[in-house]
Write a protein that binds this ligand. Structure first.
Ligand SMILES: NC(=O)C1=CN([C@@H]2O[C@H](COP(=O)(O)OP(=O)(O)OC[C@H]3O[C@@H](n4cnc5c(N)ncnc54)[C@H](OP(=O)(O)O)[C@@H]3O)[C@@H](O)[C@H]2O)C=CC1
Ligand SMILES: CC(C)(CO)C(=O)C(=O)O
Length: 315
C-alpha cells in the first residue's frame, strides 16, 4: 500500500509533524491546508532519544501541499489532524476524493468528534481513532519543533472481528477507547487549570494548586468508577491514585510547555473545551461541580476571575 499516497488534512503542528513522519517512513504524502500554505518544504526540528540522551536533529521534508479545492486524485489512506471541532467538516470537504473502502485515521484530543466523523463515513470505510502524547509546536507556516517525545496509538473506532490491519505497522492497540479516556482524564485536569490561571503545565504541581488538582482528580475518579458512566467499561482502572500518577507524570514531562487550551485562550482561538470537560459533563450520571466550574472558566472569559477565586477556595 506504500505506492498510494496518504492524504494528511490540517497543516497545524500535528499535521506537519505527521506529514514529515510519513514521508520518512517511505510514503508519498499530500497535505491539505486551510488558511496557511506551508509551501513545498517543511523543516522539522525533531527530538530523538539516542542512547538515553535527547538530541535535536533538523531535517527538511518535500511535501506536496494543496488547498482542498485543488485536489484531483483519489485517496485510500487519510490522516485528519485538525482540532476536534473541525474534524467532521474537514473530512466532508474532501469526501468526494476518498475511496469507499478507505482507512481514515484521526488524531485529535477529546471525545465526541470521532463519533460525528464515524456517522459521516460510508459503510466500508474504516475509522481509526488515534491519540498522541507527542509535543509539537508550529513556529512558522513551514517550520515545526518537536517539544516532547511521546507515543501515538490508533485503533478501530468500531472494532471488527477479525481485526482490520492499519496501513502502518506497530501503531495499533486493540482498545483505543481505553487510551482515549486515559488521555481525556489528563486533559480534563491540565488543560482547563492551565488555561484559566495562564500557567505552564508544570505549575499545576505547585502547592497553591494541590487542593484543586486533588479535588478534580477525586471527582473524576467518582465518575470513572460509576457503573452508569457511558465509558465505564474502559475507565474502572482510573482510580484517584492512578489518575494522580498520570497527571503528575505528564505535568512533569511537559512542565515548560503551555497546554493546547492555554495556548488557544492566549491566542483568542476556539478551544476543545466542549470535547473535554463538555464530554464529561454530558456523559456523567452524577453532578461534577468542579468540572463544571472548569468548563465555565474556559468558556466564559467574563467569569474567569470569579472562577479563579472559587477554584482556589476548594480545600
Ligand atoms: N500540538 C501538540 O503537541 C498536540 C496536539 N494534540 C491534538 O492534536 C490535534 C491537532 O493539534 P494541533 O496540530 O496542535 O492543532 P493546530 O490548531 O495547530 O492545527 C490544526 C490545523 O487543522 C487545520 N484545519 C482545520 N479545519 C481544516 C479543514 N477543513 N481543512 C484543512 N485544514 C483544516 C487548521 O487550519 P487553520 O490554520 O486554518 O486553522 C490548523 O492548521 C488537536 O486535537 C490537539 O489537541 C494532541 C497532543 C499534542
Ligand atoms: C498532554 C497535554 C496536556 C500536553 O500539553 C495536552 O495534550 C494538551 O496540551 O492538549
Amino acid at each position: 500500500m506504500k505506492n498510494t499516497p496518504w492524504l494528511v488534512i490540517g497543516a497545524g503542528a500535528i499535521g506537519l509533524f505527521w506529514a514529515c513522519k510519513l514521508e520518512e517512513l517511505g510514503y508519498k504524502v499530500h497535505l491539505v491546508y486551510r488558511s496557511e500554505n506551508p509551501g513545498k518544504k517543511i523543516t522539522l526540528e525533531s527530538l530523538t532519544n539516542e542512547n538515553g540522551d535527547q538530541q535535536i536533529t533538523v531535517s527538511k521534508h518535500k511535501i506536496k501541499s494543496v488547498a482542498a479545492s485543488e485536489l484531483t486524485d483519489t485517496y485510500d489512506k487519510v490522516l485528519l489532524c485538525t482540532k476536534s471541532f473541525d474534524l467532521k467538516n474537514a473530512f466532508l470537504q474532501v469526501a468526494q476524493h476518498i475511496t469507499d473502502d478507505a482507512n481514515i485515521a484521526c488524531l485529535c484530543n477529546g471525545i465526541g468528534a470521532q463519533e460525528e466523523l464515524q456517522n459521516a463515513l460510508s459503510e466500508n470505510q474504516t475509522l481509526w481513532a488515534g491519540t498522541t502524547s507527542e509535543g509539537v509546536l508550529k513556529i512558522e507556516p513551514n517550520h515545526i519543533k518537536h517539544t516532547g517525545l511521546g507515543d501515538t496509538y490508533f485503533g478501530e473506532w468500531q472494532p471488527s472481528i477479525p481485526a482490520k490491519a492499519f496501513p502502518i505497522d506497530g501503531l495499533t492497540v486493540t482498545n483505543i477507547h481505553q487510551r482515549m479516556i486515559e488521555k481525556l482524564a489528563v486533559n480534563a485536569v491540565i488543560n482547563p487549570i492551565t488555561a484559566i490561571f495562564s500557567i505552564h503545565n508544570g505549575d499545576i504541581l505547585n502547592d497553591e494548586f494541590k487542593p484543586l488538582v486533588n479535588a478534580t482528580l477525586s471527582e473524576l475518579a467518582s465518575v470513572f468508577s460509576h457503573p452508569k458512566f457511558s465509558y465505564a467499561d474502559q475507565s474502572q482502572h482510573l482510580t484517584p491514585e492512578n489518575l494522580k500518577n498520570r497527571v503528575n507524570t505528564i505535568a512533569q514531562l511537559t512542565r515548560l510547555n503551555r497546554s493546547s487550551m492555554h495556548e488557544d485562550i492566549r491566542l483568542q482561538r476556539q478551544t476543545e473545551n466542549s470535547f473535554i470537560s463538555g464530554f464529561l459533563l454530558n456523559n456523567s450520571p452524577i453532578d461534577l461541580p468542579i468540572q463544571q466550574l472548569l468548563y465555565n472558566g474556559v468558556a466564559f472569559p467574563e467569569q474567569r476571575e470569579e472562577t479563579q477565586k472559587k477554584l482556589l477556595s476548594i480545600t
